[in-house]
Write a protein that binds this ligand. Structure first.
Ligand SMILES: [Zn+2]
Length: 262
């Protein structure tokens, strides 16, 4: 598995090669769209954190699909300009409006549907994208873009409940879950040696919106406690494997339901 000789990104193929792949009648072929953001992620993680996680999760999903019969997928170029409300003014963040995201996702799906893919998976790693991803998938899945195929949205953070037994204080942004998963996907990434002063904020309401991110976070990390870097890295391998497993099981399970009910 994970052999680098296997091309799993659409942009690595020629159009003729893709046509050839689509002649394979033993498998249903689809595309996977990674959706992330361009947003500050605290002192440990890069601004592209969510996009990087979505891309690598999508690539692993495509590779893992090769190990089983039934479905094959290529990874589309990722979608990384999305809304980061509350963090718009933090250094390096590029936040766009929700309508841009909604229109953008619809246009990408419409464009992709002109090729004879039989399913689309949206792998989303940024919380604020949730609603627009669902809307675009519902519209696409109902045939509103000219063709009816299943469009499955998988939100990586929805799997947090499946790793709770590891005792991480996951947080919702830049916290131990994302640190752990980032390390699993990007072993070569060097984490900053940075100590977070937990008295910066005396009241930490991670779920309160309408406040600037600085006022509800530890150095840009939204969590009930500052993250423990060491603990996050130690649990990384086990957590990453569970996320990859959850992802492929969710996708295959739902595609099976869709195609069996037809
Ligand atoms: Zn994130």
């Amino acid at each position: 598995m994970n052999s680098p000789s296997r091309k799993i990104r659409l942009d690595q193929y020629t159009s003729i090669e893709v046509k050839h792949l689509l002649k394979d009648l033993n498998n249903k072929w689809g595309v996977i769209l990674p959706v992330g953001c361009t947003e500050q992620h605290g002192p440990y993680l890069p601004i592209g954190c969510d996009t990087d996680i979505a891309r690598k999760a999508a690539e692993n999903l495509a590779l893992n699909l090769l190990e089983k019969d039934g479905y094959r997928a290529l990874v589309l170029p990722d979608f990384s300009y999305t809304p980061s409300p509350g963090a718009e003014w933090t250094t390096g963040t590029v936040s766009v409006g929700f309508d841009f995201l909604g229109t953008g996702l619809s246009e990408v799906i419409k464009g992709a549907l002109r090729t004879k893919w039989e399913f689309i998976v949206i792998v989303n790693a940024h919380g604020h994208n949730h609603g627009r991803c669902i809307e675009a998938s519902m519209a696409g899945g109902s045939g509103a873009f000219g063709k009816q195929i299943p469009i499955i949205v998988v939100n990586i953070y929805d799997f947090i409940s499946n790793i709770e037994h590891f005792g991480l204080n996951c947080g919702s942004h830049g916290g131990e879950f994302e640190i752990s998963l980032y390390h699993y996907y990007y072993k070569e990434y060097k984490f900053n040696d940075f100590t977070i002063n937990d008295d910066v904020i005396s009241i930490k309401p991670p779920n309160i919106f309408g406040l600037d991110i600085e006022k509800r976070s530890f150095n840009g990390i939204i969590s009930t406690k500052p993250p423990n870097l060491k603990r996050s890295l130690e649990k990384s391998n086990k957590i990453g494997k569970i996320i990859d497993k959850n992802l492929i099981e969710t996708v295959i399970g739902n595609l099976d339901i869709y195609y069996e009910s037809w």
